[in-house]
Design a protein around this ligand. Structure first.
Ligand code: ZN
Length: 688
């Protein structure tokens, strides 16, 4: 993917996860719903489950353990995973449904495109026989680069093939004019998941670094280099990436939109990196004429000058070659696939085994022709009824947030009016797009897995660049329908719930309201609250970056948000070795806290004081909190916990549960917790 994903964490705040590592095809697993079409898939995922509880623990001591202890004990991380949670159970089940759809498509005349894409990907024997042949033209081109003047054209060709070298080029909605789409240049070009892996001395980074050079060298060896030459080339590649890392803006700073918005005239860009032929690049990549564009972080492009001018052109060629191999690795012969997994899977995430090929291929189809696959998925699994019930739930949560904003003790009337106006302008997208993406111009061949991937990347880049200067399409989705996730998009002030998440354990028809409000209700509340977190609050109702806060209320917000930064920043993972980053996770933690609070309000409103009998021995209020607790049950390898602490904007399940409930008097009342309990924070945090 050229840069859609890299920037997505900024444009849209998702509820579950952000992709950890480049090069690790398994990391961003989507998938979704109902009974697999014709395969004996994984068992049905239950909604709230009493057997998942650990009632030997006091709920007021460790609510996560109370909610999930039984599940955690019975669900170790499978060998082919780095993390295993209730999200993943559901995703696995969805994946089985997608497999059924794709196998049917592969043997029928209808749905040729997804069927052929899947078939080509599954042809591991054919891929083995071809060896590196499908990459030969690209590798030859790189090898024949003679001057730096040729570099711009080559970078453009690689970008169009989905090889993310040096920087990322794409489009975005203009932060300051929500009606238009502009071009964007962003930092990029790293093979490790974050700049800190190159620059910091801590063991968790140094250990990964130690494995990185030998990994690149082995990939070069597999591609035909002699061992010593491969090692030397790998060292130089890492020097180039380190130079890029050094001038990359830190993840936390990228959360502030002002830091990644620098409208720049084309002539000014040329002055930043005179050695790089920008005009040649834009022409070769297929961009329309650009008078100006957003250069997110100009310092990066200024420093790019010395990388481009590196006296050693061979080093630059090695760098391009490495990224070509990295991007193609999942669709190359087994030796490449295994070596790629050894580093990006085993070393970085602690997974022990490669996932079965069909799962990797289902994911690739989802990533590249996801709306064609998603359309079939929706037909097979998602009825009109699902959309209707979800709309009712969203309306209940919106009413609760409105009440919450009206009653908020710390906000003045001027800002409150603006907040309410923003809330009432939020639009809701549920299940799947109204208009499906048209893939007719994408050529898919039944015997050319890598070519399919490259053409799909080129198709996607063309589709993106065609938006420049066009009105914004607010009906477009950033996630495919089978995805078990949801997101809020500040720039469009909308919430989006793919069909994939609208099933147990998030939503179950046969469950009581209490559990559904605790699970999917809290996720809806979470997405709504994103409109008012540290990032969301900087955008107005129409999606423009605009300050609608009085200075006094902004200060009050910052003060309250700082409470979350301290609270979550004190939590540790990987056996206490690594602290969470309270600033990186601030938006998600704010959304979790606001989400469960308004889900509780919505439930109280729905019950309207009626006495409801105990169910499984719990009151409705208790079941709301258990519904929340159980969606976050998860086991994880230490490697994955370390990686996510560095890159994921979400806290791990344990803290999503305990962090929130320990801030809520409503929880403490529901479980009659003494004031001295661990689940009662003395200085409870609250923003919304
Ligand atoms: Zn979120």
């Amino acid at each position: 993917m050229i840069d859609r994903r890299a920037f997505m964490s900024f444009l849209a705040a998702a509820c579950v996860t952000t992709s950890p590592a480049p090069g690790f095809a398994q990391a961003t697993a989507p998938p979704p719903l109902a009974d697999p079409v014709d395969k004996p898939g994984p068992r049905r995922v239950p909604g709230f489950d009493v057997n998942a509880l650990d009632q030997s623990v006091n709920a007021c001591t460790d609510f996560y353990q109370f909610s999930c202890g039984g599940w955690l004990a019975r669900n170790p991380v499978p060998a082919d995973r780095a993390r295993w949670g209730r999200f993943d159970e559901l995703a696995e089940r969805n994946q089985a449904a997608l497999r059924g759809i794709l196998e049917n498509a592969a043997s029928s005349a209808a749905d040729r495109q997804i069927g052929d894409y899947y078939t080509a990907c599954m042809e591991d024997k054919g891929i083995e026989v071809l060896g590196l042949k499908p990459l030969k033209a690209t590798l030859d081109r790189i090898a024949s680069l003679k001057t730096r003047t040729d570099l711009a054209g080559e970078v453009a060709r690689l970008h169009a093939q989905g090889v993310p070298v040096l920087f990322a080029f794409g489009v975005q909605q203009d932060f300051k004019d929500a009606t238009r789409v502009i071009a964007r240049l962003d930092q990029g070009g790293l093979g490790l998941p974050d700049r800190d892996y190159y620059l910091k001395d801590e063991a968790r980074f140094a250990d990964v670094r130690k494995h990185y050079v030998p990994h690149i060298a082995r990939m070069f060896e597999l591609a035909g280099d002699r061992r010593d030459a491969a090692l030397e080339a790998a060292r130089r590649v890492v020097l180039i990436e380190t130079a890029l890392a050094r001038v990359s803006l830190e993840r936390v700073k990228r959360r502030d939109p002002a830091n990644v918005y620098h409208m720049t005239k084309s002539a000014e860009l040329a002055a930043l990196t005179p050695a790089f032929g920008w005009d040649a690049y834009f022409a070769a990549v297929g961009a329309p004429p650009l008078a100006e564009l957003n250069v997110t972080w100009p310092d990066f492009f200024k420093a790019l000058q010395s990388v481009v001018l590196d006296p050693d052109l061979d080093a630059l060629k090695s760098y391009l070659r490495w990224h070509t191999l990295l991007a193609a690795a999942p669709l190359l012969p087994t030796a490449f696939v295994n070596e790629n997994f050894a580093f990006y899977g085993r070393t970085l995430t602690g997974a022990k085994e490669l996932r079965p090929r069909w799962k990797r291929c289902v994911q690739m189809v989802d990533a590249h022709v996801g709306e064609a696959l998603g359309q079939r998925y929706v037909e097979a699994t998602f009825g009109a009824e699902g959309k209707e019930r979800m709309s009712t739930l969203v309306a209940a949560l919106e009413r609760a947030l409105e009440k919450d904003i009206r009653e908020l003790p710390w906000m003045t009337e001027a800002t409150r009016r603006q907040a309410l106006a923003k809330l009432s302008a939020i639009t809701n997208k549920i299940g799947y797009p109204d208009r499906w993406r048209d893939y007719r111009m994408l050529k898919v061949a039944r015997n050319d897995a890598l070519g399919n991937r490259e053409r799909a990347e080129a198709f996607e880049l063309r589709r993106q660049l065609a938006k420049i200067g066009q009105p914004v399409d607010r009906g477009e989705w950033l996630m495919t329908p089978p995805t078990v996730n949801a997101y809020y998009m500040s720039l469009q002030n909308n919430i989006n719930f793919p069909a994939g998440i609208l099933q147990p354990p998030f939503f179950e028809r046969s469950m009581d309201d209490a559990v559904n409000f605790g699970a999917i209700g809290s996720v809806i509340g979470h997405e709504l609250t994103h409109g008012f977190d540290d990032q969301g609050r900087k955008f107005a109702a129409n999606g423009n970056l605009a300050d609608w806060w009085t200075a006094e209320d902004a200060t009050e917000f910052e003060k309250r948000a700082a409470c979350f930064v301290d609270q979550y920043g004190a939590y540790t993972v990987a056996g206490g070795e690594v602290k969470l980053n309270g600033k990186l996770t601030l938006g998600e933690n704010t959304a979790d806290n606001g989400g469960l609070r308004i889900a509780h309000m919505a439930l109280m409103d729905t019950l309207a004081g009626a006495t409801t009998p105990l169910r499984d021995g719990f009151t409705p209020e208790q079941r709301l909190f258990l519904g929340w607790g159980q969606i976050w049950c998860q086991n994880e390898t230490e490697e994955s916990a370390r990686l996510r602490a560095q890159t994921d904007t979400h806290s791990p399940g344990r803290y999503r549960v305990n962090g929130v409930v320990s801030n809520m008097p409503e929880f403490q009342k529901a479980f009659a917790c003494p004031a001295t309990s661990p689940m009662v924070r003395e200085n409870a945090c609250r923003v919304w």
